[in-house]
Design a protein around this ligand. Sequence first.
Ligand code: GDP
Length: 298
Amino acid sequence: MFDTLSDRLTSVLKNLRGKGRLSDADIDATCREIRIALLEADVALPVVRAFIAQIKERAKGAEVSQALNPAQQVVKIVDEELVDILGGQTRRLNLAKNPPSVVLLAGLQGAGKTTLAGKLAKWLRGQGHTPLLVACDLQRPNAVTQLQVVGERAGVPVFAPEPGNGVGNPVDVARQSIVEAERSQHDIVLVDTAGRLGVDEELMRQAADIRDAVDPDEILFVLDAMVGQDAVNTAEAFRDGVGFTGVVLTKLDGDARGGAALSVRHVTGQPILFASNGEKLEDFDVFHPDRMASRILG
Ligand code: GDP
């Protein structure tokens, strides 16, 4: 994960080791290298600019420290700024005071929503919750069955339209699922919605209609990290079309560069809550900005 970026940053910072004091020219040169590393990692340009400006300002203004040598000081600043760009503090899932809480999953087709729904359901069950999965992706032929398979693996029931009643209307299914959750005492409803291959109006409208019908406590935008900074455009379209309160990054296992992960928080203003890094249900965790930054800096 993010190996290229990680290697580049560690080698740039290693070059500072042994220097008794850092001149402004040293800091400028280091920032130039960091800038290239970030751009090669496919981090969005406004994010790179903001990041470099912060590093420069802080490194040049840093007091001489008793505890840290100049190189260590720069590493500390880069680490803190990475944590910041990744969202600062770990953000917990927002739950309703009166259950059931409703979590809506939105994103492009293939982003990993259905897989993520199963992972999140399993994780929530492990936390002592009693989730209900809801199949509102009625577009993709196999989506309901796929969610049922995932639900079975996660040990979590799936609410889906009755077979034989036609395709069904996802907004009705979402609405009915809340009644069902109240009836059978599920404390969290996880709604899987339909995606499209690209952003389109119909997709946004359907997701927005479901949102209006169930008044979610959390709308999670599921984002395939492998698409790099293209992710930024998709994220902006979902932010404007549906709105979301948090991001889940998927396929981090296949993302050597890190551009989406490092850009999405800054660009959308919304935090990353979870990360998915494989096809198995266990390949999932809460996203901790500080741990991710430490991993990147090796
Ligand atoms: P959806 O269309 O958004 O519901 O996407 P799916 O959940 O069907 O996932 C699309 C494909 O991505 C499937 O083949 C999944 O197995 C795969 N996938 C999902 N999450 C991950 C992940 O974190 N890592 C990897 N390597 N593959 C994933």
